[in-house]
Design a binder for this molecule. Sequence first.
Ligand code: PHE
Length: 368
Amino acid sequence: MCPQGRAGSSPVSGTKKPALSGLIYFCEMMIDNIKKYLEEVKKFHSEKPEEIEAFRIKFAGKKGVLNQLFAEFKNVPPQEKPQYGQLLNQLKKEVNTKVKELKNKAGKTSSVSKDKTDLTKPGFPHPLGARHPVNIVKNRIIDIFRRIGFNVSEGPEIEDDWHNFTALNLPEHHPARDMQDTFFVQTNPDYLLRTHTSSVQIRYMEKHQPPIRTISPGRVYRNEDISARSHIQFHQVEGLYIDTNVSFADLKQTLLYFTREMFGKSQIRLRPSYFPFTEPSAEVDIYWGLETETDYRITKGTGWLEIMGAGMVDPNVLKNMNIDPDKYSGFAFGMGVERIAMLLYQIPDIRMLFENDIRFLEQFKHSL
Ligand code: PHE
């Protein structure tokens, strides 16, 4: 029989160390205790790894229930030893199976343990992008003119009739409006998508008095059939220079400087042409050469390539902007960025510049 145990002296109740020494009383309480633990183990369930671990430590840890109960074995009266030992072994077994089982389950479902990210591994390299060829060329043009004192001005892509046409000596019904097929805003045809960045020059003259030295890069739109050579959208850089005593010779010299810097070619020619906002007007050609088959093809066998329009600012435009044409004169020029990019990079189709095919764009990684 079990003698009466000392109240509260159960070696395994709570976390207190068993206060047993000398004469040990062993009673059924001990066996009951193990039975309670067996119940607890059976009932325990969790899928959280940290809870399972706490359970394992409580029972199978160094100072856990099992070890405490085993330490108690030597104090168990001989006649109780078989039952105590058997129950204790059962408890140990159940604890171990439970921990194993729950850990397995948690390992399968827990995203934490499934996705073991190694934070010390080197990352995946982030592929570097490339500048778009249109931007490369545009920036080069801007750089070249900046070096001789031009600043950069910008304006809206949706423009009104005055800035895109009328102020540029292209009043309503002027036949030259047909030179640039225009997209109008359907609900209000006073507004349109700018057909050139000359509109920005008008805006600049509204705000600034001469001396003026400005270039206007930007996107422009024309209602044209899309083909390998033309598109409904493209980019321009236009330039404006107004001061006292500006002559046609200044225009020629500026253009010569530009073509040398841009293309490394120093032969240009100016063919008489017509633009409503300049008088006289010219198309500017550079001598490209006839060294390769491509040279033959792109210059149509002449060796000459047209690269921009230019001229002396028409006095009517100056008057429209309240600039005295008797005191001031100026020149203007305008070029298409895509056309120059196509020449420099030998791009056969303008549409490639708008498709954003990564295989095409990647080729410009090492361009400036
Ligand atoms: N604005 C003209 C165009 O878009 C280009 C140009 C600008 C011509 C300035 C002469 C002077 O075609």
